[in-house]
Design a protein around this ligand. Structure first.
Ligand code: HEC
Ligand code: HEC
Length: 326
């Protein structure tokens, strides 16, 4: 597209109106903007359990009552009602339905544990006002879930949920692996699952966050590990970009030491790379806009798809000794 250079420059200058159009030669990738595909329901012939928990819940309870199981109650403080059950009368869904009970989140949502309460409260206003939107309208988690929640919820419930998630330390469940060949996957509900019996396939320009047990995922087991496959070389490239600032300021200048966040600036280390990629993309192309993200614009203005991928891969791997290469 001939107009791209102009439009990208316009994005950097915070003239956001045209930015959506810039994405033609840099489309939003499917792996980061998850589109739901219906999958099988939980098997009805046995109660739902997860490894390490004594709890056993009849499937009926799960399916018919949108039940959220507290598999490990020692992992978190007491949940406010809006986190545990939501508010049926006003169509406010329980936060734990999508972010899980501890707020660890997944590739299709966001990690809330360890964000500051003020930042969480502020994001509700961003979603409600439409300043925080999504490049892919068909991706319901990214485009619809939070705007709907933010429009329905009361201020008191936002505050209660924010205070709850802010006090839980973030415990990553990601294991990052650089690999040229990866399991063939398909989206089942909102998650990547391996296709049984299929051969490995080239990773290409993708990050694959893989849950290996569908029933643990569907049970909302926040301890279930996620393997993150990233292209060979992306971690080194990402480290260089993050530490140098990718042509602008180093990320740690604002996101703090170890990229653990401070106040209104969110933590990045070991968060879902699909989530991080979506944010970089949405900010770069003006789908997440307004004064709050203005400091980010010089950071993303000149990023390529490969840069965003490398940054997201490295951030997800930070501080781990478990990075394996295949
Ligand atoms: C139906 C699913 C769903 C429910 C229910 C839900 N969320 Fe979300 N939330 C999401 C998704 C999906 C995202 C990621 C959006 C994106 O990709 O930009 C998100 C993002 C967020 C963010 C932004 C995080 C960041 O780092 O900027 C906050 C804060 C948040 N949610 C808080 C909450 C709270 C608190 C509740 C309960 C009151 C809640 N959410 C209920 C799906 C949900
Ligand atoms: C000048 C300060 C500044 C610098 C430097 C900076 N950021 Fe940010 N970043 C912010 C602010 C402020 C926000 C929160 C925006 C908001 O409130 O919506 C943010 C948000 C983000 C988010 C969204 C996180 C979330 O939870 O939704 C990502 C991803 C991000 N930054 C990545 C980066 C990367 C990668 C770099 C380095 C290349 C970087 N930032 C450098 C200020 C900065």
């Amino acid at each position: 597209m001939k107009t791209t250079v102009f439009v990208r420059a316009a994005c950097a200058a915070a003239v956001m109106v045209l930015c959506g159009a810039a994405a033609n030669d840099d489309p939003p990738p499917h792996w980061a903007f998850i589109i739901m595909h219906k999958g099988p329901d939980l098997p009805k012939d046995r109660p739902v359990t997860v490894p390490g928990s004594k709890l056993s819940v009849p499937v009926k309870q799960f399916v018919e009552q949108d039940y959220i199981a507290d598999w490990f109650s020692s992992d978190h403080p007491k949940m406010p009602l809006v986190v545990e059950r939501g508010r049926k009368e006003t169509k406010v869904a329980a936060c734990s339905e999508c972010h899980l009970v501890t707020g660890v989140g997944g590739p299709d949502s966001a990690g809330l544990a360890g964000l500051s309460a003020d930042y969480i409260v502020a994001q509700f206003e961003e979603f409600r006002s439409g300043r925080r939107d999504c490049a892919v309208k068909e991706s319901e988690p990214c485009a619809e879930a939070m705007p709907a929640e933010a429009k329905a919820i009361s201020t008191a419930d936002v505050r209660a949920a924010a205070a709850y998630f802010a006090q839980i330390p973030y415990r990553s469940r990601l294991h990052v692996v650089e690999a040229a060949m990866v399991p063939k996957t398909e989206i089942v509900w909102y998650t990547n699952m391996p296709v049984k019996g299929a051969k490995l396939e080239p990773i290409g320009d993708r990050i694959i966050e893989l849950q290996d047990d569908l029933s643990r995922y569907m049970a909302g087991d926040w301890r279930a590990p996620i393997t993150v496959y990233v292209p060979p070389g992306s971690l080194k490239r990402g480290k260089t970009l993050v530490e140098s600032g990718a042509g602008a300021m180093p990320c740690a200048a604002c996101h703090g030491a170890g990229l653990q966040g401070t106040g209104m600036i969110p933590p990045l280390a070991r968060r879902s790379p699909s989530y991080l990629y979506r944010q970089l993309y949405n900010i770069q192309y003006g789908y997440r806009k307004g004064p709050a993200v203005a400091p980010m614009l010089p950071e993303v203005a000149h990023l390529t798809a490969k840069d965003r991928l490398a940054i997201a891969a490295y951030l997800a791997s930070m501080g781990t000794e478990q990075v394996v290469r295949r």
